[in-house]
Design a protein around this ligand. Structure first.
Ligand code: IMP
Length: 427
């Protein structure tokens, strides 16, 4: 029995969707355990591009059962939109192959409003109401879970208690804040409940049964480990455990069941939103940063924002690889670097004149870190057609080998383009 987790080791957008899609052949069930519709997962399959933000990308494989775990925050409108989009594209979605946890929390319109009134701006959030919804989850008295959609009178009563409190808070944040009517929200959500009802399940029991049946589970993390609310660059993080730390809490499957952790990294680094980024290339419209952004189409899947681009940071990835218990690395988007003369890899930081290879756990300390670089030569050659390591130019192989050496883990997958076939499996 295998339990594999595909986890991002940077600040998200590491192209995890492609690796999940690749690994589905060996698994039966795929589980999202954190985040919500703030994630953007793009998968190219048979020439078609699918963009999912809430449903696990593993659902694209017809044999897989997809599970949205209790650690996810669910916007029912997005959920139904994605179900509709997949069905329109000819992907079957039904209660047999999709389940949503009755214990996942629900995002309401007041969460989005609360975020738009300032709570998210300082961090540069995606504006999807994710933070306020998780805040209500831990506040407890104001959190509402998916399973409560099935009890209309109870849901109405809870919204009648909660929404006036929300309106009062919102009005103190801005005189022009929207005010919400609990009954109108309840009616709207009961409408969604009709469509979502068949998918709502006790997913913890479902996953325990999956384990008993000796079926293989694939965990699909959203965001990257540096955005983990406990272990990332706090406070510039998301509101969930986006590292493997979230698997247990967010799905009910004990972490000790994990048999394989695939750490996914880009061959460079990107970040969206605010927060320190030591290796950022802020070198103008003709600089390498812009070149990477253009070649790698580094614009947010969810918000369309240009991603900040920079060199590979081995200090940060060594930290997240250890944190997540990564067994191996998947190096993504290597082809994006094909037209660059020479690369820098950050191997250490300098802080107040001292050199360190320790990653600081606080954003305000990371701000002070200056990257110490090692330079490697580029290959200046198109590599999208490479199908084995031997097809890569020497300089590209050296680059991959050096990443493996610096992180201390084997590279098992190298991706040289968005298509499934543009993947090199390394021994
Ligand atoms: P939130 O998740 O919308 O609360 O945003 C918090 C931070 O996480 C912001 O910097 C976002 O840009 C970032 N973030 C959230 N989701 C993703 C993602 O899927 N990829 C990359 N960054 C993300």
């Amino acid at each position: 029995m295998a339990c594999t987790c595909v986890v991002g080791l940077q600040w998200g957008d590491e192209a995890k969707g492609k690796i999940v899609d690749f690994l589905t052949a060996d698994h039966h069930v795929v589980v999202r355990y954190n985040g919500g519709a703030n994630a953007g997962h793009t998968v190219v399959r048979d020439g078609k591009t699918y963009k999912l933000s809430l449903l696990p990308t593993g659902i694209l494989s017809p044999h897989m059962r997809a599970v949205i775990g209790n650690g996810v925050v669910v916007n029912p409108v997005r959920f139904l939109e994605e179900v509709h989009m997949l069905r329109t594209a000819g992907i079957p979605v039904n209660e047999q192959n999709l389940a949503v946890s009755d214990h996942a929390h629900l995002i309401f319109p007041y969460h989005v409003e609360e975020e738009s009134l300032g709570a998210g701006a300082a961090i540069g959030t995606t504006g999807r109401g994710i933070g306020p919804c998780y805040a209500d989850k831990v506040t407890r008295s104001t959190g509402i879970r998916v399973g409560e959609l099935l009890y209309p009178d109870h849901l109405r009563e809870r919204l009648r208690q909660i929404v006036p409190r929300k309106n009062a808070i919102l009005s103190t944040l801005s005189a022009t804040a929207k005010s919400f009517d609990p009954d109108a929200i309840c009616d709207e959500y009961l409408g969604h409940a009709q469509a979502i009802r068949p998918f709502i399940k006790d997913t913890v029991r479902l996953l325990h049964r999956t384990l008993c049946d000796k079926q293989n589970i694939l965990f699909e993390a959203a965001q990257g480990s540096l955005l983990d609310v406990d272990h990332g660059t706090y406070p510039y993080v998301t509101s969930s455990n986006s590292s493997t730390a979230g698997v247990w809490a967010g799905s009910g499957v004990p972490a000790r069941n994990l048999t394989r952790v695939v750490g996914v990294i880009k061959a460079y680094t990107t970040r969206v939103g605010r927060g320190p980024f030591p290796t950022e290339l802020d070198d103008g419209p003709d600089g390498v940063g812009e070149k990477i952004r253009k070649t790698g189409r580094e614009y947010g899947t969810v918000t369309g924002r240009p991603r900040r681009c920079g060199w590979f940071d081995a200090v940060a990835v060594r930290y997240t690889a250890a944190l997540g218990g990564a067994d191996e690395l998947a190096v993504m988007l290597l082809d994006v670097l094909s037209d660059i003369d020479a690369f820098q890899i950050c191997t250490a930081y300098e802080v107040d004149g001292e050199r360190t290879t320790d990653f600081p756990g606080d954003a305000f300390l990371l701000e002070k870190c200056k990257p110490v670089y090692e330079t490697l030569s580029g290959w200046k050659k198109e590599i999208g057609g490479a199908r084995k390591l031997a097809d890569l130019p020497n300089a590209a192989r050296k680059y991959v080998d050096r990443l493996a050496e610096l992180i201390g883990l084997p590279v098992t997958i190298v991706s040289v383009g968005p298509d499934r076939e543009q993947t090199i499996l390394c021994k």
